[in-house]
Design a protein around this ligand. Structure first.
Ligand code: SF4
Length: 175
């Protein structure tokens, strides 16, 4: 009921945009679905845009159209939600998705990203994910620029290489 009241307060001032930070935290799955449905319905009816901040990839995949993944305060991957959920390119996003339990898989340990999130005082130089990334190399000491991959932008040197390789293959195929 409190969540519903907060949503009502949020809509009272007739906003163009609502920023909802973990709006369904601590709710069970059924109530969470009800709250999200209510919020989406009200936003649609009142023509309000919604930015959802959440750690819950299930909610992200069901509710959002576009996703921006952040690590240590930086955006590391962004694009259409379906593309990110089905074909994540950044090693951190891949790690998050691989850590989710899979329907029908029993008795296996969940995959986890090794290490833990650095404190803001100890973010590695270059790519902030480099001390946890299995693909890290010397060049990851430099902060990666965004590289386009499909409909997404990905901040990772590995993606740059993969895009270059596929461009080379396409050129060889066309020669
Ligand atoms: S830039 Fe390097 S360390 Fe960072 S995610 Fe990509 S491969 Fe890993």
């Amino acid at each position: 009921m409190r969540q519903r009241i907060v949503i009502a307060i949020g809509l009272l001032m007739d906003p163009d945009l609502i920023i909802a930070d973990e709006p369904t935290t601590a709710l069970d799955v059924t109530i969470q679905a009800e709250i999200m449905e209510l919020m989406l319905e009200l936003c649609e009816r009142n023509n309000v845009a919604l930015i959802l901040i959440t750690h819950d990839l299930g909610v992200v995949s069901q509710v959002t159209q576009r996703t921006m993944v952040m690590y240590a305060g930086r955006v590391i991957e962004q694009g259409p939600t379906k593309e990110i959920i089905n074909d994540a390119q950044h090693p951190y996003t891949q790690g998050l998705i691989n850590a989710l339990p899979q329907m029908g898989v029993r008795g296996e340990r969940l995959q986890q990203i090794r290490g833990s999130m650095p404190t803001l005082q100890a973010i590695p130089k270059g790519c902030a994910f480099s001390n946890r990334c299995d693909y890290a190399t010397e060049r990851c000491r430099v902060i990666p620029e965004f590289t386009r991959s499909g409909g997404c932008l990905v901040a990772c040197h590995m993606v740059e290489e993969m895009v270059a390789q596929s461009e080379n293959k396409a050129q060889e195929g066309g020669a």
